[in-house]
Write a protein that binds this ligand. Structure first.
Ligand code: HEM
Length: 420
């Protein structure tokens, strides 16, 4: 997850009759067409060669079955070279073997066991009450201020940082600072910056966050009763395997970034959809028991993760394509989650969709350990929106993130209506 300049990949000459799009281009105006182009491509291809454009060439995996296969087969498709096209490197990430996201099994299992205990049902249920109360307080505050807000600033950004703060045991006074830093780590700043500016900002934000966790470990409270995950991991009480201080730091960073950026983007995508589809909001007000299904559908339909990268460790065949050892293989889960062979009417936001086997939280060894915590936050936000307001409408132009990795908004002006 460390931000580095991408090194040139192996020179591969592949030809494919695909339209001239650059899936790694983070310009929001051009990116908005990618979902449509991928829908067309899905009819012909499960996997195609995306020649080098703004980034090295890669195999683009765009159908459901093949995406699941890449996720599950960590032996053939390694995550050790970086999780995004912007951080993909030819050699393994320096955090490989120490940070879950860029470590493959079998070492990955030790790291997952260490952090996994904190995501057990009981733990998330304990945090749920505090998260629920926090979300309600935020939304009551919005109502008391008249209901017109930038939803990202007022709700979508603070909720996940607050939840990560509770999980990790971060001092509440630090949370605003952390929200600002995590917003920049995936080149996902406001649209004004050039690509180079954004890359520098991302590297700086990553370094600052790592420095923050190093200080917290040196100076913060310790021990089994000290509160959050960072302190308990540091005290070596989680399990018999233990973690080194460096591993605690890197995984705290991984959790802080992984937990906040995705949930923030998802909350903004869901609210954007509800502001444009008043019928959905009204249907949910009449039938609040549909909230859990609506949240799953939001993860599928408004999937915040655009792509994830892997490197083939051996020659392997995928959907009839000959992938060679060393090739970059990039899954596009927003596309897989709209695969018409798996989802009926995939472009419809169906709040009662059942079954809904979406892979918005991935699958296989790297599948999201924060799934339950993410769900708790989005459900609480949706439930309180429905209880406190009678409608949501747009109140200005939204701004999409400038990021090829996450789909979400940096600004989302909405009016939360309180009254008939
Ligand atoms: C609703 C919001 C969320 C979505 C859509 C999401 C999505 C994902 C996805 C797709 C992956 C797989 C990455 C890969 O295969 O390379 C992942 C991994 C991960 N997520 Fe989440 N996530 C969410 C919330 C969270 C939360 C709340 C946390 C923790 C506080 C978290 C922590 C992580 C970590 C640590 C990993 C790496 C796991 C590993 O490599 O073994 N995520 N997430």
């Amino acid at each position: 997850m460390t931000a580095t300049s991408p090194l040139p990949g192996p020179v591969v000459d592949r030809t494919d009759p695909i339209p001239d799009i650059d899936l790694a281009d983070p310009d929001p105006t051009r990116m908005s067409t990618h979902d449509e182009v991928l829908a067309d491509l899905r009819r012909e291809h499960a996997v195609f060669w995306h020649g080098p454009k703004s980034h090295r060439g890669f195999w683009a995996v765009i159908r459901y079955a093949e995406t699941v296969r890449v996720y599950r087969d960590a032996t053939s498709f390694s995550a050790t070279h970086g999780m995004t096209l912007d951080t993909l490197r030819s050699d393994p990430d320096p955090a490989c073997g120490m940070m879950v996201e860029v470590t493959d099994p079998p070492e990955h299992r030790r790291l997952r066991r260490s952090i996994g205990a904190f995501f057990a049902d009981g733990v998330v249920a304990e945090l749920e009450t505090a998260i629920d109360a926090y979300v309600r307080r935020l939304l009551v505050g919005v109502r008391d201020r008249g209901g017109e807000v930038d939803f990202v600033e007022a709700v979508a950004a603070p909720v996940p940082t607050h939840a990560a703060g509770l999980l990790l045991g971060l001092p509440p006074d630090d949370l605003d600072w952390i929200t600002g830093r995590t917003a920049r780590v995936f080149l996902s700043g406001q649209r004004s910056g050039t690509r180079e500016d954004l890359r520098e900002e991302a590297e700086r934000a990553n370094g600052e966050l790592l420095g923050y966790f190093a200080r917290l470990l040196r100076t913060g409270p310790r021990g089994p009763d000290a509160g959050g995950l960072v302190q308990r991991l540091a005290a070596g009480t989680t399990n018999r395997d233990g973690l080194t201080v460096g591993e605690v730091m890197l995984n705290a960073l991984n959790l802080a970034i992984g937990g906040t950026t995705t949930t923030r983007a998802l909350l903004s995508n869901l609210t954007h959809a509800l502001a444009r589809r008043p019928d959905l909001f009204q249907a949910l007000r009449i039938e609040p028991s549909a909230v859990p299904a609506a949240v799953e559908e939001a993860v599928r339909w408004a999937n915040p993760v655009r792509h994830l990268t892997r490197i083939a460790t051996r020659d392997v065949e995928l959907a009839g394509r000959d992938i060679r050892a060393g090739d970059a293989v990039v899954v596009w889960p927003r596309s897989a989650n709209r695969d018409e062979t798996v989802f009926r009417q995939p472009d419809v936001f169906d709040i009662r969709r059942h079954p809904n086997p979406h892979i918005g939280f991935a699958a296989g060894p790297h599948s999201c350990p924060g799934t339950a915590l993410g769900r708790v936050q989005v459900r609480a936000t949706l439930r309180h929106l429905l209880e406190l307001f009678t409608g949501i409408e747009p109140a200005g132009a939204p701004e999409l993130m400038q990021s090829n990795f996450l789909h979400g908004y940096t600004r989302l002006p909405v009016r939360l209506i309180d009254g008939p």
